[in-house]
Write a protein that binds this ligand. Structure first.
Ligand code: NAD
Length: 390
């Protein structure tokens, strides 16, 4: 019903409809100096040369001059280690800003060491690096900049699907090596036209992937999601819902994962489920690494059960140098489309999530209502329906 209303209110399905804001709206506690801790990554020389790399320690999401002018303290740090800046500053921070690209993992243990923490802002989309249940218990609000990078990711998904299906990466590597043997590449290159493509999760990103696939004349577009699309939205992309996950994957040539990571999706794509995939299917995961079982995916690719695996998300980030997903290949030496976590952090996306972060902070400081669609955890409860069925 909520989705139907959402569709009636907007021209096309843009994702779950906002819930009405029912929690009271806390604002900045200390009227004098509030400490805002931002866990970002060291961008190094590129960040010094390119100020639009906003999500870095160097450029601080563009927030520093503004927060300084208001008299608030912004501390930015990369993370890691027991005596890291993250842990040190968390002790008296009121607001924590993190990004999914270089996640500051806020465990329950750390939540308990942060008595002043009132608000966590995810500069981007996806707050699984925060123990959301602990945030509920400690009445810490968690907000994301919903929608800020969903087009960026959807474009990356379509690119990755094409790269795998058309065997693009081995073809390019061959050219760099100085070789030229078309048969070696063409033996595993296909058209996307006529294939069945399905998305696990048909929210903002999943739906945009389906929209972008329409002109490719796939045999069918499928989706698996506990929340059905509004009929008009499903009709607009001609997508069919399959309610059983095993049945869903068994019908797909390509599966793309676009749901959040939560208790119900951790390890969802595991050895057992992979047995139900079509032999030689392609799998693209730009949602979260831990939704797919690391070793089971590697085995499936090595054995040829999967023809390809691509994505930008890893079960630990940054991924260790010897992470099997960096190098694992299918039996004929291709099928790996893995990259670092960057699909949702194009320069365009960074501007949007930096602006959105500032807006959330500003609402907080001024005691204004937050946009309902951004609230993942309100005061003491889940406000979103996307992080599992509760
Ligand atoms: P969204 O909230 O708009 O949609 C998520 C959808 O997943 C919802 O429709 C929800 O019902 C569905 N879902 C939840 N649990 C499910 C389950 N068990 N099975 C099937 N469907 C389920 O979110 P979104 O904006 O589309 O983003 C989705 C996720 O993509 C984020 O949570 C994040 O983890 C990831 N993401 C990655 C990047 C990146 O840079 N790689 C960027 C943005 C988002």
């Amino acid at each position: 019903m909520q989705r139907v209303l959402g569709v009636l209110l907007s021209v096309s399905w843009g994702g779950p409809a906002p819930r009405s804001l029912c929690s009271p709206n806390p604002c900045c506690q200390s009227q004098n100096v509030m400490k805002v801790l931002a866990i970002l990554y060291d961008g190094g020389k590129p960040a010094e040369e390119e100020p639009r790399l906003l999500g870095t320690v160097e450029n601080k999401l563009g927030l520093k001059p503004w927060l300084d002018s208001l008299g608030h303290e912004l501390v930015s740090s990369s993370k890691e280690g027991a005596d890291s800046d993250f842990q040190k500053h968390l002790a008296d921070a009121e607001v924590l800003i993190t990004t999914p690209f270089h996640p500051g993992y806020l465990t329950r243990d750390l939540v308990e060491k942060a008595p002043k923490l009132k608000l966590c802002i995810t500069a981007g989309v996806g707050s699984d690096h925060i123990d959301l249940n602990a945030a509920v218990d400690h009445r810490i609000q968690v907000l994301e900049v919903s929608g800020s990078n969903v087009v960026s990711v959807a474009e990356h998904v379509v690119m990755s699907i094409l790269a795998l299906v058309r065997n693009f990466i081995p073809a390019h590597e061959m050219i760099e090596r100085g070789d030229w043997q078309v048969s070696e590449i063409a033996r595993n290159a296909f058209d996307l036209e006529g294939k069945v493509v399905g998305t696990i999760g048909a929210g903002r990103i999943g739906y945009r992937v389906l929209q972008r696939l329409v002109p490719f004349d796939c045999a069918e577009l499928l989706y698996y999601d506990y929340a059905p699309l509004p009929p008009a939205a499903a009709k607009a992309v001609n997508a069919r819902r399959v309610e059983d996950l095993k049945e869903f994957v068994s019908q797909c040539d390509v599966v793309t994962v676009n749901c959040p990571l939560h208790e119900g999706t951790r390890g969802l794509v595991n050895a057992e489920l992979l047995k139900h995939f079509k032999k030689g299917a392609w799998l693209v995961n730009t949602a979260r690494g831990a939704i797919c079982d690391k070793d089971a995916v590697a085995e499936a690719l090595k054995s040829g059960q999967l023809n390809g695996y691509a994505g930008d998300v890893w079960n630990v980030q940054p991924a260790p140098k010897d992470h099997v997903w960096r190098t694992v290949k299918n039996p004929i030496g291709g099928g790996n489309g893995m990259v670092p976590h960057y699909s949702g952090t194009t320069l365009d996306a960074q501007q949007r999530y930096a602006d959105g972060t500032r807006k959330i902070l500003q609402n907080y400081i001024e005691g204004k209502e937050q946009e309902a669609q951004n609230i993942i955890i309100g005061l003491g409860k889940y406000e979103t329906k996307a992080y599992g069925q509760r």
